[in-house]
Design a protein. Structure first.
Length: 234
């Protein structure tokens, strides 16, 4: 039986909440709604979602903070909705871990298309950039990464990574010691084609280094090449 995507739609404007949820349900999705950031976080704690459609300007805990907290424990795709259509807002949303940004007012067909694209990208993420159907095993400086099982180990210890951190490390290991630009990493590890400057890669590199260090791996194995990007050394 095929999986029905479960979506969380968060907006404090009843008209928009009803408009979005009604039209997404017509597309066959299971839709759960929330009107505040705190309610959204409680729902996310109570059950898994395949995608979150998230307004930024919420009472109390705003959308940016909701995304930050979600991203600390999950790689669930986040589509921001906002009446603020500045480049800075888009950059902030992406840096916090958002996957897309749609400015209000928007057409329902565009929203539906973006939701489908994010769900498709999320569904194929485990195999993004993989070489060969079965996936490969990479070993580098004591680290072992298995694309098929999505497991990273250091000696006998498991390195606990989120799916996105795994994809980032896989991309770096796949290219060995080659320097990869941020744009390359966004394309290969995220599947993004982005035209605005973003520090999303830098933020995830920091998290990846923290996870490596927690697993007794030298975090400096991921080297910053100023003005260009990152590479693995060691």
């Amino acid at each position: 039986m095929p999986h029905t995507p479960r979506l969380l739609v968060v907006d404090d404007e009843d008209a928009i909440l009803e408009f979005v949820s009604f039209n997404l349900r017509k597309e066959g999705y299971e839709v759960v709604t929330a009107r505040t950031g705190d309610e959204a976080l409680a729902l996310a704690d109570a059950g898994a979602f395949d995608l979150v459609v998230l307004d930024i300007m919420l009472p109390g805990t705003d959308g940016f903070e909701v995304c930050r907290r979600l991203r600390a424990r999950s790689d669930v795709p986040v589509l921001f909705l906002s009446a603020r259509d500045t480049e800075l807002d888009k950059v902030v949303g992406l840096e916090l871990g958002g996957d897309d940004y749609l400015a209000k007012p928007f057409g329902i067909r565009e929203l539906q298309a973006r939701v489908k694209a994010l769900l498709r990208r999320s569904a194929t993420a485990p195999h993004r950039g993989a070489v060969g159907e079965a996936g490969e095993v990479f070993e580098y400086a004591g680290l072992r990464l298995d694309e098929s099982s999505h497991v990273v180990t250091h000696g006998d210890s498991l390195v606990d990574l989120t799916p996105r951190e795994f994809e980032l490390l896989a991309c770096l290991m796949r290219h060995g010691g080659k320097v990869l630009s941020r744009d390359q990493l966004l394309r290969e590890a995220w599947g993004w084609e982005i035209v605005v400057e973003t520090k999303t890669v830098d933020t995830h590199i920091k998290r990846l280094r923290d996870k490596l260090e927690a697993a007794a791996v030298d975090p400096n194995i991921v080297e910053t090449v100023r003005g260009y990007g990152y590479r693995l050394i060691g």
